[in-house]
Design a protein around this ligand. Structure first.
Ligand SMILES: Nc1nc2c(c(=O)[nH]1)N[C@H]1C(S)=C(S)[C@@H](COP(=O)(O)O)O[C@H]1N2
Ligand SMILES: [Mo]
Length: 252
């Protein structure tokens, strides 16, 4: 289905503006369709599983579709002195921790992560605030990091702990293993053929292409495998979920 849509869009040669108005997106955004979806009590993941294939790929685009500027949203520069010191030092002493329900907890430098296999993908980012942008991301598939750490059998969710303080504490997000192991779910260290700018989450940010913008945690410094989200912070799996009633599963 993804391939058919991509071939169709390629064949009719629409540019970035046209892509934003392609048929599926119109359907997703139409009030009637949204209303239909939300009428079902407790939609989100269960119903999403029935109406869409969660393993399907998000559309990928071509170089001609790239947004001239990939805007930044939310935190643009984490406020902590530790972060400022890492940024000033080009993140050479920065480490990513991978821990929780894993057999081999990891502490990886950016150089080590950069030496792992690279996936590059041009995808569209959709923010609930009503803007979209197409960017080219470079990073390591999350699955490879999790394979290296060895998930324990009880692990059900992956939590991303970020370096930036939002009003109620550090930003954080979480996804289930279907998204964590999805081939387009990457920890990106590059954007548009450059290292990731600070404003877009340097040195490492999540791309989870089947979900909305707020799920794409920036400034990730710790990845934790857990059995349940109940004991993490507010218990709803993310900064916006805990404090502002955003959906935990924000499928697009
Ligand atoms: N750590 C962290 N991650 C975050 C945010 C943030 O403020 N802090 N904002 C989220 C939101 S709402 C969006 S739309 C995207 C914005 O990514 P960008 O700055 O690269 O556009 O990051 C998401 N991840
Ligand atoms: Mo957003």
């Amino acid at each position: 289905m993804t391939m058919d849509r991509r071939r169709l869009l390629g064949a009719i040669g629409v540019g970035a503006g046209g892509l934003l108005l392609s048929g599926c997106d119109k359907l997703n955004q139409s009030a009637g369709f949204q209303g239909l979806l939300h009428r079902a009590e407790g939609l989100t993941m269960r119903a999403q599983r029935i109406v869409t294939d969660r393993n399907a790929l998000a559309p990928e685009f071509g170089a001609a579709d790239l947004s001239p500027v990939f805007r930044a949203n939310g935190t643009r520069m984490p406020a902590s002195p530790q972060y400022a010191a890492h940024a000033a030092n080009r993140f050479v002493d920065w480490r990513l921790a991978v821990d929780g329900l894993v057999q081999r907890p990891l502490s990886l430098s950016l150089a080590q992560i950069g030496q792992m296999p690279i996936r590059t993908q041009i995808t569209r980012h959709d923010c609930v605030e009503g803007w979209s942008a197409i960017g080219k991301w470079h990073g390591v598939p999350l699955k490879l990091l999790l394979d290296q750490a060895g998930l324990r059998s009880q692990a059900r969710y992956i939590v991303f702990h970020c370096a930036d303080d939002y009003s109620a504490g550090r930003y954080y997000e979480s996804i289930d293993l279907i998204d964590a192991l999805h081939p387009q779910t990457i920890l990106a260290w590059g954007l548009n053929d450059h290292l990731l700018p600070v404003a877009n989450g340097a040195p490492l940010r999540l791309r989870v292409e089947r979900q909305l913008g707020y799920k794409h945690a920036k400034y990730v410094e710790r990845i934790e495998a857990v059995e349940s989200l109940a004991s993490i912070r507010g218990g709803k799996g993310g900064y916006w979920e805990d404090g502002h009633n955003y959906e935990w599963y924000a499928g697009i």
